[in-house]
Design a protein around this ligand. Structure first.
Ligand code: NAD
Ligand code: UDP
Length: 355
């Protein structure tokens, strides 16, 4: 465990991981669904190091056992293969509900399953929270704000995208999602998951938290998940052309995974029940971002333009005033530094022949 980067190498022997010893009463039993995935595995690391008991449910659709290998057989840790579409019963104090594929190629691979995961999976986990009186945190998405110019898209072209009507996006903005576009299975799935979360809160007094997460990156991202960060880094490392979709003037704001984990844990442990944006407001055009990655990898690879995907949001940047005010949280990792760490991770993986 490196206190500067707070990353854990799973090549390290487990005895070196400094798990805190908690007193009776401080130690919580925490369920993390989707805990073998990118964000989930970092959250599990932090909760384990804090000294809690952590149970992970994952069907390994996009997650990997390797992401958690360093905790296997630790007395505080349990990994269970389970699909959240099916009910599950366990006594816990808190539930972080992350199970859901997050990258466009993964969630579009089987859109029906994506909707089932968001809807039935969230009902099952809220039902569990209700039954055992656990606090429940939903990982929602900035995608619920996406706005597409729907009529234009249907009648004129398949390559016209809207902008969010509000920029940057605050929690009070309701978004405007195309219900039948290729991203709908994910965006609408998360919107229903939020609706369910607040229905369980109002109807059954479930204690809920909602994190609306903006684009996040870091070590353990899947190298071929099709997201821009992993695509550009892998392309630059292999000396291939960087693929920019569309004109590259669309914007995103990228947050390093350790900042997100800080925000999620703070949110879970406050009394605030409204949705909270967690993201880094540092906004880049995709073209600027390609330049940044080229310089971090020290590569002179070329840039290739490819057609923009249908329904690609034009602008995205979080308004994080609420998180700053309620949680006293703001990102601490500059994007450039996070990219540096992520490049090192992919380099090490390549050298070890793991990717
Ligand atoms: P990921 O794909 O790496 O992790 C998702 C995990 O959920 C994987 O381990 C996968 O195997 C598991 N899973 C998927 N369907 C399941 C099912 N039916 N039953 C049990 N497990 C299942 O994605 P991530 O980037 O770690 O995202 C985690 C959460 O955060 C997701 O809910 C995602 O929507 C949300 N989120 C992520 C981002 C981001 O930029 N990474 C942005 C917004 C929201
Ligand atoms: N993108 C790109 N090249 C790639 C992958 C993605 O130009 O190789 C663009 C994509 O069109 C989008 C942005 O980068 O505008 C972010 O894409 P990603 O899939 O990472 O996340 P999301 O679209 O869900 O924000």
């Amino acid at each position: 465990f490196d206190s500067t980067t707070r990353t854990i190498s799973y090549l390290q022997p487990r005895s070196h991981l400094p798990v805190k010893s908690l007193q009776q009463g401080e130690k919580k039993r925490i369920l993390v669904t989707g805990g073998a995935g990118f964000v989930g595995s970092h959250l599990v690391d932090r909760l384990m190091l804090m000294g809690h008991e952590v149970i992970v449910l994952d069907n390994f659709f996009t997650g990997r056992k390797n992401n958690l290998a360093h905790w296997i057989s630790h007395p505080n840790f349990e990994l269970i293969r389970h699909d959240v579409v099916d009910p599950f019963l366990i006594e816990v104090d808190q539930i972080y509900h992350l199970a859901c594929p997050a990258s466009p190629p993964h969630y579009q691979y089987n859109p029906i399953k994506t909707v089932k995961t968001s809807v039935m999976g969230t009902i099952n986990m809220l039902g569990l929270a209700k039954r055992v009186k656990a606090r429940f945190l939903l990982t929602s998405t900035s995608g619920m704000y996406n706005y597409y110019d729907y009529n234009f898209y249907i009648y004129i072209s398949t390559q016209v995208y809207g902008d969010p009507e509000e920029h940057p996006q605050a929690e009070t903005y309701w978004g405007h999602v195309n219900p039948i576009g290729p991203r709908a299975c994910y965006d609408e799935g998360k919107r229903v998951a939020e609706t369910l979360t607040y229905a369980y809160m109002h109807q059954d007094n479930v204690d809920v938290r909602v994190a609306r997460i903006f684009n996040t990156f870091g070590p353990r991202m899947n190298e071929n998940d099709g997201r821009v960060v992993s695509n550009f880094i892998m392309q630059a490392l292999k000396g291939e052309e960087l693929t920019i979709y569309g004109d590259g003037l669309q914007t995103r704001s990228f947050q390093y995974v350790h900042d997100l984990v800080d925000g999620m844990i703070l949110l879970m442990n406050t009394d605030y029940m409204e949705p909270v944006n967690l993201g880094n407001p540092d906004e880049y055009t995709i073209r600027e971002f390609a330049e940044l990655i080229r310089s971090e990898v020290n590569s002179s690879c070329k840039i290739k333009s490819l057609p923009a995907p249908t329904d690609d949001p034009k602008k995205r940047r979080p308004d994080i005033s609420r998180a700053e005010q309620i949680l006293g949280w703001k990102p601490r990792w500059p994007v450039k530094q996070g990219i540096g760490e992520t490049v090192k991770y992919f380099q090490r993986q390549m050298e070890a022949g793991l990717i």
